[in-house]
Write a protein that binds this ligand. Sequence first.
Ligand SMILES: [Zn+2]
Length: 254
Amino acid sequence: MLESIGDFDKDEWLRSKAEQDNEAEGNLVGIDCRKCKNKGHISIVRNGEVMWKICDCMKARKSLKQMEQSRLKPLLDEYTFEKFIATDPWQKNALSIAQNFVEYGENHWLFFGGMSGAGKSHLCTAICGELLKRGKGVRYMMWKEDSTKLKSVITDSNEYGKLIDELKSVDVLYIDDFLKVQRGKQPTEGDINLAFEILNYRYANKSLTLISTEKTIDEILSLDDAIGGRIYQMSKNYSMNIAYDRMKNFRLRK
Ligand SMILES: [Zn+2]
C-alpha cells in the first residue's frame, strides 16, 4: 500500500522535474529551436528516470557547424532568395524552380547545368540555407577538391568509408561544379565511378540532392548514361540548362 503511494508520488515528481527542465532556456546559438529551448535535448520520463532525448535540431546544428568550417558559410547570408536579382525570364524561372524545390522537392533532386556565373551557386546556396533553417542536415561538396581527396584514400577503406558515407547519407547534399576537372581534360573512370557510387545511393534512398555544373544534362548523359539518366529522372521538375547565348546577353549587360 505504502509502496504504491510512493510510486505514484515518484512518477508525479519525475514528470514535474522533466517539465521544469524543459521550461529552462539553454544557450546554444545559431538556430533558435523552441522545442528544446536551445538546450539540444528534451527531458522525458522513462523506466522511472528522467532521461535526455537528443532534440532534432542537433542535426541542423551539426551541419551548421560544418558549414562554418566550409566555404559555404560566409555565403549563406549573402546568397539568399531575397538577394537574387531576377530580371530576365530565365532568371525568374530559375528562382521559381529553386523556391519550389524548397517547398515541394522532398525526395527529388535539383539540377542546374550550363554556363558558369549564371547564379547557379547563388540559388543552390539559398536552398541550402532554407533547408538548414528547417532542420535538415546539409553537406556541401566541392566536386574537384572533395573528389580528389576521396580518390586519394580509395585504398584506405576506413578513411574512404568515413568520407563517402557522409556524402551518401546526409539529408541534403549540394554538389558544386559536378564533374569539374582540369581544363582541357575529361572526367576519368575514377571520377565516373565515384559519382555513380554517391548518386546511385542517393537515388535508391530518394535523398535531396542539388547538382550544379557547367555541363548540360546532355553532356552528362553522353559521358555516362546511368548517371545522366538518374539525374534526369530525379530532377525532372527541378532542372534547368542555362544555354550559352542567354548567358552571353547576361554578361554583356553587366
Ligand atoms: Zn532543439
